[in-house]
Design a protein around this ligand. Structure first.
Ligand code: SF4
Ligand code: SF4
Ligand code: SF4
Length: 275
């Protein structure tokens, strides 16, 4: 009888162990699967290293998110605490689990002057040096490059001729990161458009414009810089840009595959034109 009880206990223990291991395996697998399909369209805190370096350096401690939610300015009028900007990714977020990110449509970055989320980072994944203003030697949130705002012209009602400047007014660097460009409506000749234009050299990617946008799905939204910017080949020269001319002054002559023609440009005029 004692033997049969022992056997039953052993059987129960083994069963529970297998169930536990299966559940743990499931969790690990779902974590792995989540990481494998992590979206590259992720916005990181101010001062974050380039994404690959950031992922190697971040130790997933959550101190930045803690500093963000606990900052003094993160209070409602009644004194209660607001939701923080930075979240730590969990299963189902489609981000690398345990890393900090933000979604401007929910909570943008309020561009705190003292940037409390950055100095607390113990691993260097958030690089304080990149946010130090060379002129003042102090932290400067305007140097942050969390992303870049992009306007989708087809859904922005300002491009329909409807007056809207919600994004422009929400921007903490108004008239520098985003400006309104006057454009005459050539069709009617009477009306004008006031169009939001984002300036990539100033925009920090805070997302306050995205959160303020009045359209059902924001017509202005922030993307990581590597996904919102292009790059022209180095041999293209703007021509009028002084810095650009300096950049290519020592460049080697560009060789084309075809021999250069001896003809004058005017020799080609009217070639093969019959009267
Ligand atoms: S700058 Fe301020 S609002 Fe933005 S992530 Fe850091 S603590 Fe949060
Ligand atoms: S993300 Fe929008 S609100 Fe923030 S700096 Fe850029 S244009 Fe301004
Ligand atoms: S708030 Fe939205 S709809 Fe209005 S001008 Fe800005 S991008 Fe366009």
């Amino acid at each position: 009888m004692a033997n049969s009880n022992n056997n039953r206990r052993k059987f129960m223990a083994t069963t529970l162990q297998s169930v536990g291991l299966t559940a743990l395996g499931g969790l690990l697998w779902s974590g792995y699967a989540d990481e494998a399909k992590a979206s590259p369209l992720v916005l990181r805190p101010p001062g974050a290293l380039a994404e690959d370096d950031f992922l190697k350096a971040c130790i997933k401690c959550g101190l930045c998110a803690e500093a963000c939610v606990n900052r003094d300015s993160n209070r409602n009028r009644d004194g209660s605490q607001r939701e923080g900007t930075l979240k730590m990714a969990k299963g189902g977020d489609h981000k690398v689990i345990g890393t900090p990110f933000f979604q401007p449509t929910d909570v943008p970055c309020y561009m705190c002057d003292d940037i409390p989320c950055v100095p607390v980072c113990p691993s260097g994944a958030l690089d304080m040096k990149s946010l130090i203003n060379n002129g003042t030697g102090e932290l400067d949130i305007n140097l942050a490059q969390m992303g870049l705002a992009v306007v989708h012209k087809e859904s922005c009602v300002a491009f329909w001729g409807i007056q809207c400047d919600a994004c422009y007014r929400a921007c903490p660097i108004m008239d520098e990161a985003i400006s309104l460009e006057y454009q005459k409506n050539e069709r009617t000749g009477k009306h004008a458009f006031l169009l939001p234009v984002v300036h990539s050299d100033v925009c920090t990617g805070c997302g306050l414009c995205e959160q303020a946008c009045i359209t059902e799905k924001p017509a202005i939204f922030v993307l990581p810089r590597e996904h919102s910017t292009g790059k022209a080949d180095d041999h293209y020269v703007k021509g009028w840009d002084k810095k650009d001319q300096e950049r290519v002054k020592d460049a080697e002559a560009i060789h084309t595959k075809n021999e250069r023609s001896d003809k004058e440009a005017s020799d080609y005029l009217n070639d093969e034109v019959e009267y």
